[in-house]
Design a protein. Structure first.
Ligand code: ZN
Length: 225
């Protein structure tokens, strides 16, 4: 392998390294543990071809990355509900609405055991925060802008951040707690406007814009993560 055959660039916060390899017969994309992307390619393959291939598969890689991302001991939630503490053994304990994650110092933090347990502790902490924050914030915004809804439920949904039923029951996703307050407000306003307008017509968006003037930008950010 020759260093002069490499090229680097950044796409969407991903550090991409292209490497031409004498033994390489096709373009191969590998996601590294540090979240950088390695693209190996045959020597005679133009960089442009490799980049096109990468971009075509980028969404798949990003999704994969989301699941594969390693959590670190610095992991934080909005209201510090998760405490990560060095200890003799691995343990998750919830005390007075704080989730404590104890981990053995001598073990590799990226090991499957630590990562899976930490993910579980993290989800517990997000859920506690969602249940504390989202209902009171929804009530606050409803009062402020004169909306009324029936019931609110906090769920761990896979695909949607929020929904509003025909009975004006509002469902919100605990994953919202991973986003900025501004973005959370946009989702809450979106669902509150659905209590009056059930579709996504032009009128709907005009109403959203009244309470959330930069909703387009926030919507984009919500989709990106
Ligand atoms: Zn909607």
């Amino acid at each position: 392998m020759n260093k002069s055959y490499t090229k680097e660039e950044t796409i969407d916060d991903f550090n991409i390294k292209y490497k031409k390899h004498i033994f390489s017969k096709s373009i191969k994309v590998t996601l590294k543990n540090d979240s950088s992307i390695l693209v190996t390619m045959p020597v005679f393959c133009p960089y442009k071809t490799a980049k096109d291939f990468l971009l075509k598969n980028f969404e798949k890689i990003q999704n994969f990355n989301f699941n594969k991302n390693f959590l670190t001991p610095n992991l934080k939630t909005k209201f510090d509900t998760l405490k990560i503490v060095k200890s003799n053994n691995l343990k998750i304990q919830t005390l007075k609405n704080i989730v404590y994650f104890y981990y053995p110092e001598n073990k590799d933090f990226n090991s499957k055991e630590i990562q899976e347990n930490l993910k579980e502790a993290y989800k517990k902490a997000l859920k506690i925060e969602a249940k504390n924050y989202l209902p009171q914030r929804l009530n606050y915004l409803a009062k402020k802008y004169n909306f009324s809804f029936n019931k609110i439920a906090i769920k761990n949904q896979k695909t949607r951040f929020g929904s509003c039923s025909f009975q004006n029951n509002i469902n919100l996703n605990i994953k919202l707690m991973e986003y900025d307050f501004e973005i959370i407000d946009y989702v809450l306003i979106h669902e509150l406007v659905h209590t009056k307008i059930k579709n996504h017509s032009q009128n709907f968006w005009l109403e959203v814009e009244k309470y959330c003037p930069n909703y387009k930008e926030l919507r984009k950010k919500l989709k990106q993560k």
